[in-house]
Design a protein around this ligand. Sequence first.
Ligand SMILES: *[C@@H]1O[C@H](CO)[C@@H](O)[C@H](O)[C@H]1NC(C)=O
Ligand SMILES: *[C@@H]1O[C@H](CO)[C@@H](O)[C@H](O)[C@H]1NC(C)=O
Ligand SMILES: *[C@@H]1O[C@H](CO)[C@@H](O)[C@H](O)[C@H]1NC(C)=O
Ligand SMILES: *[C@@H]1O[C@H](CO)[C@@H](O)[C@H](O)[C@H]1NC(C)=O
Ligand SMILES: *[C@@H]1O[C@H](CO)[C@@H](O)[C@H](O)[C@H]1NC(C)=O
Ligand SMILES: *[C@@H]1O[C@H](CO)[C@@H](O)[C@H](O)[C@H]1NC(C)=O
Ligand SMILES: *[C@@H]1O[C@H](CO)[C@@H](O)[C@H](O)[C@H]1NC(C)=O
Ligand SMILES: *[C@@H]1O[C@H](CO)[C@@H](O)[C@H](O)[C@H]1NC(C)=O
Ligand SMILES: *[C@@H]1O[C@H](CO)[C@@H](O)[C@H](O)[C@H]1NC(C)=O
Ligand SMILES: *[C@@H]1O[C@H](CO)[C@@H](O)[C@H](O)[C@H]1NC(C)=O
Ligand SMILES: *[C@@H]1O[C@H](CO)[C@@H](O)[C@H](O)[C@H]1NC(C)=O
Ligand SMILES: *[C@@H]1O[C@H](CO)[C@@H](O)[C@H](O)[C@H]1NC(C)=O
Length: 646
Amino acid sequence: MFLAMLLLLLPFVLQPLPCSFSEAAASSFSKEIATDREALLEFKASLSQQSAALVSWNTTSDFCQWPGVTCSLRHKGRVSALNLSSAGLVGTISPSIGNLTFLKYLNLSYNVLHGEIPSTIGNLWRLQYLNFRANSLHGGILDGLRNCPGLIYIMLDQNYLTGGIPSWLGGYPNRVALLLSKNNLTGTIPPSLENLSSLKALYVNTNQLEVIAFGVDQNDLHGTLPPNWGNNQPNLVFVYLGVNHFTGTVPASLANATMIHTLDLGDNNFTGRMPPAIGTLCPGILTFDANKIEASGTGGWEFIMPLMNCSRLRVLSFRFNMLAGALPGSVANLSTHLQVFYTGFNQINGMIPPGIGNLVGLKKLQLSHNHLIGVLPSTIGLLKNLQALWVDGNQLSGIIPPATGNLTQLQLLTFDSNNFEGPLPGTIRNLQQLSSANLSNNAFTGPFPKEFFNLSSLSYILDLSDNNFNGPLPPEVASLTKLAYLNISRNNLSGSLPDTLSNFQSLLELHLDGNSFSGSLPTSISEMRGLVVLNLTKNLLSGTIPQEFGRMKGLQELYLAHNNLSGQIPGTFQNMDALYQLDISFNHLSGQVPVHGVFANSTRFVFVGNDGLCGGTTELHLPACPVQSGKHSNMKIQLQVLLTMF
Ligand SMILES: *[C@@H]1O[C@H](CO)[C@@H](O)[C@H](O)[C@H]1NC(C)=O
Ligand SMILES: *[C@@H]1O[C@H](CO)[C@@H](O)[C@H](O)[C@H]1NC(C)=O
Ligand SMILES: *[C@@H]1O[C@H](CO)[C@@H](O)[C@H](O)[C@H]1NC(C)=O
Ligand SMILES: *[C@@H]1O[C@H](CO)[C@@H](O)[C@H](O)[C@H]1NC(C)=O
Ligand SMILES: *[C@@H]1O[C@H](CO)[C@@H](O)[C@H](O)[C@H]1NC(C)=O
Ligand SMILES: *[C@@H]1O[C@H](CO)[C@@H](O)[C@H](O)[C@H]1NC(C)=O
Ligand SMILES: *[C@@H]1O[C@H](CO)[C@@H](O)[C@H](O)[C@H]1NC(C)=O
Ligand SMILES: *[C@@H]1O[C@H](CO)[C@@H](O)[C@H](O)[C@H]1NC(C)=O
Ligand SMILES: *[C@@H]1O[C@H](CO)[C@@H](O)[C@H](O)[C@H]1NC(C)=O
Ligand SMILES: *[C@@H]1O[C@H](CO)[C@@H](O)[C@H](O)[C@H]1NC(C)=O
Ligand SMILES: *[C@@H]1O[C@H](CO)[C@@H](O)[C@H](O)[C@H]1NC(C)=O
Ligand SMILES: *[C@@H]1O[C@H](CO)[C@@H](O)[C@H](O)[C@H]1NC(C)=O
């Protein structure tokens, strides 16, 4: 007990040993002090929860055999590697770790370690690899690391570290891979980091670690990047600067860090044009989404040019910028290995270059929310590997080319908010992987596209709203039994609602409003037990509201307004516990508005425009119902229903 307390107090009593301590001195000194075994047991003791991984860490077994512990071959009984990644460790890191002075390799990543990094880490002068990724560590970047000459890999990302990036990192005696992403760091990137050059490859257990990275993404860093930052960094491979508040232009000097494979500049406030030379890096991944990078008809797109013939390019993404002008036709010469191409949410105008069909490696293509005009080129059908296609929010027109049906890997198709017209091509039925299709807000015509009934893969969204589809809703629509969301609002569909709607056992939302559906409400609707939202507003539906609707216990929103419905509000509605929005306005409903159950608070219920309704809670200000008449009129209506049924 006393020893434990003394150990806890140690960091306050003793100054950490300087890293420059000589090997001989350190080794003789460490023999005098407690052994590595005790340091490890102390490390274990500071964990607040006994982790299963450390159960066999006990006094009777050889600690060199303990899980996660590797001892030095040359220096018997000294720990050279401690790898307790993902070991379920909860608690603080004991300062005793600083006694493992032969440690070269320390991996405590993916645990729940909290508190500050003990300053005694500065004693580990042999350390080459330090990985505390994905814990809950607080405090600043440890000053004690400052003079540890062997360290070439510092991975502190995904913690809660605060404070700035110390400029001494730039003057580091060795070259270091630095990952500080996803912390709470603030301040700027110190200019000295332009000298944090040639991050070295690291060999651990003969496996070369390829991650040679500079990562500071998702912090609160601001300011401009040092203009010369990219010079003198010949070995830099991964650069993560995303989700900070960097401003100014992207330094052209980055193009001199020729080993860069990944350049992530997303979610900052970089301005100006993308330096054309960046394309010469031939990166595997280039993203600068959500910045203020500009281009126009007269310039700014030059960075694309050198990316041609870059066969290693896999991801090119520049959504949410200020890129205007036409997409250069040269995109057709981008690598056929390109898998992800995102251009959305810019001001790109002109037509989709037909040459885009050359990019046969594409899996995801996003052209959304630009000012694109013209047709969807039929060469799109050449993109046989495409899994997701977004062209929504443009001014594209003409028909959907039949070749679209050749995209047999397509899972997501988003064509909404354009001026597409005509019937859909029959080849749509070949999209056997399609799980979600949004075609809303166009000028499509023709009967309800039966091609979709063939696509049992449709499990998420089918949205055909705001088009000009006409004719009946075929009963086969309910063959889409996996569908979660069906919206065919605001078309010219007519006829009665098919009884088969009951087959929609996965449906959460059904939007049929703004059509000309007539006839009565099928009782079978109530068999869609998962339904949460039902909108039948603005149709020509007549008859009564079936009592059975009250069985839809999960229904939260029911809109029946602007129809010709008559009769009473079913008493069963009082038990629809989830119902919080009910709009039955502008029908011919009559009789007593219920007062119990969900009707006790009718603030979000709308009843206006039904001359015959009475009663309800006082807030509704409806006329009182005539005494005794409720039962009578109820019977009268039921009689009418019976009469109309037979
Ligand atoms: C760690 O080393 C210090 C001396 O620096 C010594 O006092 C302490 O007992 C050691 N702790 C353990 C747990 O080995
Ligand atoms: C210590 O761990 C070893 C290996 O897991 C086990 O065989 C032994 O029973 C343990 N001893 C004690 C005292 O828990
Ligand atoms: C460290 O442990 C992790 C997780 O168990 C494992 O993936 C990794 O290969 C280990 N590293 C070494 C050098 O043993
Ligand atoms: C450290 O642990 C992580 C996560 O388990 C693992 O991916 C990594 O390879 C380990 N480091 C080394 C050098 O083995
Ligand atoms: C770190 O930032 C996150 C998100 O911005 C915030 O929720 C958290 O409170 C911050 N933590 C510290 C220790 O500053
Ligand atoms: C980078 O290193 C050079 C040469 O050692 C030195 O002259 C220069 O001042 C350093 N730059 C910064 C910003 O520290
Ligand atoms: C970019 O600047 C705008 C206004 O100048 C600011 O509202 C926004 O938060 C900034 N974004 C980032 C990621 O810093
Ligand atoms: C790239 O490096 C060369 C050679 O050191 C230098 O002349 C050039 O100015 C650098 N480019 C930029 C944009 O800094
Ligand atoms: C791409 O390669 C082709 C054929 O090898 C060549 O003609 C063209 O000039 C190259 N383009 C660029 C931008 O390097
Ligand atoms: C689509 O596939 C058919 C049959 O495989 C083929 O004849 C047609 O040329 C293809 N169209 C496109 C644009 O790929
Ligand atoms: C229901 O349909 C009406 C008429 O089309 C529409 O105005 C309203 O926004 C829809 N409500 C919901 C929640 O979908
Ligand atoms: C009625 O419901 C509304 C909105 O759902 C809520 O704001 C209000 O507090 C509720 N009134 C009573 C008396 O429960």
